[in-house]
Design a protein around this ligand. Structure first.
Ligand SMILES: NC(=O)c1ccc[n+]([C@@H]2O[C@H](COP(=O)([O-])OP(=O)(O)OC[C@H]3O[C@@H](n4cnc5c(N)ncnc54)[C@H](O)[C@@H]3O)[C@@H](O)[C@H]2O)c1
Length: 259
C-alpha cells in the first residue's frame, strides 16, 4: 500500500520534523509542496526531494495568515497537479512559567499552533470537497498535549486545543471520506528542543544541556527521538493503511507518556 502519485502539503517543512516528514512522504512516492516562512531553506529541501525522484515546490507562507494557507493548497494543486494530504506541522514553543507569559506571546503561540492548524484543516477540506476527493488531514500535537509540562504551559494548552480540532474535524469531514488525525511526538532532536533547553536553564538554575539530558534519560526506549521516527508514523497516517482511523491523536514518543 502506498501514496505513490499523491500530492502532500507539509507546513513547517524548512527544518526539523517537517523536513523529515516531507522527505519520508517523498520516499513513499508522493510529490510535495513545502510550506514555511523560511523560503531559502525550503528551496534546499525541495532539491533533496527532487533527488529522490519526486516533484517538489516551495511556497513561502505564514500559517497565521488564513488566505496564505489557502493559497498554499492552491499552489500545490497548480504546480503538482492535485492535492490529497496536508500535514499541519508548523509550530513554535514558548518556554516560560505561566506567570511570566505576556499577552503578545499568548496571541502569537495560539495564532501559529492552533489557528494555523485550523486554517490548514479548512483549506484542505475546501479543496478536497471541491475536487470530490478523499484525503488525509494530519496535524502536529505533542506529549505536552496529553500531559501538560511545567515551563511549557502555554505550549501545552495549544496542543490540547489541537486535540479538540482533530476530534471535531474528524466527525464533520468523515462523510466526505476525509480522515483527520494527529501525531504526538516526544523529545525530538530539533531546534525547538534547543530552545526549550535554553529557556529552562536560567529558570531552573541548571546548565545548558542539562534539561535535555535529564529529559532524554527518562525515555523508556533509551534515546532521543529523531524526525525520522515521527515521519514513519505520519507516513502511516498519510497512507491507505490508516483508512479506518480518524479523530485520533497518537503518541509516538519512545515511552514517556502512557495513555
Ligand atoms: N521537537 C520536539 O521535541 C517536538 C515534540 C512534540 C511536538 N513537536 C511539534 O512538531 C512540530 C515541528 O517541530 P520541530 O521540532 O520540527 O520545530 P522547529 O522549530 O525545528 O521547526 C518548526 C518549523 O515551523 C516553521 N514555522 C514556525 N512558525 C511558522 C509560521 N507562522 N508559518 C509557517 N511556518 C512556521 C519554522 O520556520 C520551522 O521551519 C511543531 O508543531 C512542534 O510543536 C515537536
Amino acid at each position: 500500500m502506498s501514496i505513490k502519485g499523491k500530492v502532500a502539503v507539509v507546513t513547517g517543512s524548512a527544518q526539523g520534523i517537517g523536513r523529515g516528514i516531507a522527505l519520508r512522504l517523498a520516499q513513499d512516492g508522493a510529490d510535495i509542496c513545502l510550506v514555511d516562512m523560511q523560503i531559502e531553506k525550503l528551496q534546499g529541501v525541495a532539491e533533496e526531494i527532487r533527488k529522490l525522484g519526486r516533484k517538489a515546490c516551495a511556497f513561502q507562507c505564514d500559517v497565521t495568515n488564513r488566505s496564505q494557507v489557502f493559497e498554499a493548497v492552491d499552489y500545490a494543486e497548480k504546480e503538482l497537479g492535485g492535492f490529497d494530504i496536508i500535514v499541519n506541522n508548523a509550530g513554535i514553543c514558548i518556554t516560560k512559567p505561566l506567570e511570566k507569559i505576556s499577552e503578545e506571546e499568548c496571541e502569537r503561540i495560539f495564532k501559529i499552533n492552533v489557528f494555523g492548524v485550523l486554517w490548514g484543516i479548512q483549506a484542505a477540506a475546501a479543496k478536497l470537497k471541491a475536487n470530490k476527493k478523499k484525503g488525509k488531514i494530519i496535524s502536529a500535537r505533542s506529549i505536552a498535549g496529553h500531559t501538560a509540562w511545567a515551563m511549557l504551559g502555554m505550549y501545552s494548552s495549544t496542543k490540547f486545543a489541537v486535540r479538540g480540532l482533530t476530534q471535531a474535524a474528524a466527525q464533520e469531514l468523515a462523510p466526505f471520506g476525509i480522515n483527520v488525525n494527529s501525531y504526538c511526538p516526544g523529545i525530538v532532536d530539533t531546534n525547538m528542543w534547543t530552545e526549550i533547553d535554553h529557556g529552562c536553564a536560567p529558570e531552573k538554575g541548571v546548565a545548558t544541556g542539562e534539561t535535555w539530558k535529564a529529559s532524554v534519560a527518562g525515555i523508556a526506549l533509551g534515546r532521543a527521538e529523531k524526525p525520522e521516527d515521527v515521519a514513519a508514523f505520519v507516513s502511516y497516517l498519510a497512507g491507505p493503511d490508516s483508512d479506518y482511523m480518524t479523530g485520533q491523536s497518537v503518541l509516538i514518543d519512545g515511552g514517556i507518556v502512557y495513555n
